[in-house]
Design a protein around this ligand. Sequence first.
Ligand code: 13P
Ligand code: SF4
Length: 349
Amino acid sequence: MKKPKLNIHQNLSAPEILNEMNIAWSKGMFRETKDEYNKVSRVIPEIEWPFFAPYIKAINILKKEMNAVILAHNYQTPEIFHCVSDIRGDSLQLAKEAGAVEADIILQCGVHFMAETSKLLNMDKTVLIPSMEAGCSLAESITGEDVRRIRKENPNIPVVTYVNTSAEVKAESDICCTSSNALEIVNSFDSKEIIFLPDEYLAMNVAKETKKKIIMWKGRCEVHEEFTPEEIIEFRENEPGVKIIAHPECSPDVLAESDFSGSTSAMIKWVKDNQPKKVLMVTECSMSDNISVENPNVNFVRPCNLCPHMKTINLENILESLWNKEHEIIIDPKIAIKAKQAVNRMIEL
Ligand code: 13P
Ligand code: SF4
């Protein structure tokens, strides 16, 4: 690893790190960070920039010093997504890109299972997550022991596991999938039956599109399960001409009321390609903020729901995570070998 020019001390708080790096807001900093501000000026009022700019400057300096890259999921807030991240995307894109990273350190702005996936593909690198609170209701809905039991009850049936799971669960699976390739992965097996874990709604949405019998689990995304078909119908009535696009972690009834459904990146692409006058993105709130920046002629209407796990990541804990090299992802090598196979099979497909 390149020797850092900065004298990096361990365990400082974000304000202490700024102090140590001699970074404080000044009018000159507005000029210095103008390119970054221009990317988010539609969603961050200028009056708030003095709070964000010093952290953005410090993180970008530290990334270079430490030979680190930042991966950000589409649900991260705009100042993270547009101003400090190097690689952005949905779960599949992040997993694919993580495998090609050359830097020494990967800092994952996303939830824990995403950081674990990056680690699986980079066992020799340091993978950091700024907040250990960044879990996921789907990943928490199932354990490796559950998968072993389901396999016993359903012998010789392939197990397809959504990436929103722990490394331990992935290790018990034949292959992983994401929301952008779930149907393709299910259809790639000769078997007439598939065990699809753990997202019940995604499983139901896949089941509608395949001839195979899908054996499901009862996991749910706490953000997407909140949307109801009734509120979608009401929005269509109140917002004439609105296009409605939904994530497949929503219930089949919600998808039935939508014009399009796809992974977070597929939703972004749909908006870019179709340029609707008005669109409702039935998913996490930051998505609309992030893409409104590049789609100034599209009017984004609500509702949206916040993912409390994604929202535990902020500029302060990103800076602390880098400086203190804290919250390192560690995976038992025995689990990692099997889990990596399941992820790699998906990427190869
Ligand atoms: P994507 O793979 O579509 O980005 O979804 C990840 C996720 O957690 C959605 O809730
Ligand atoms: Fe998990 Fe849902 Fe949050 Fe995605 S939005 S990380 S599936 S809880």
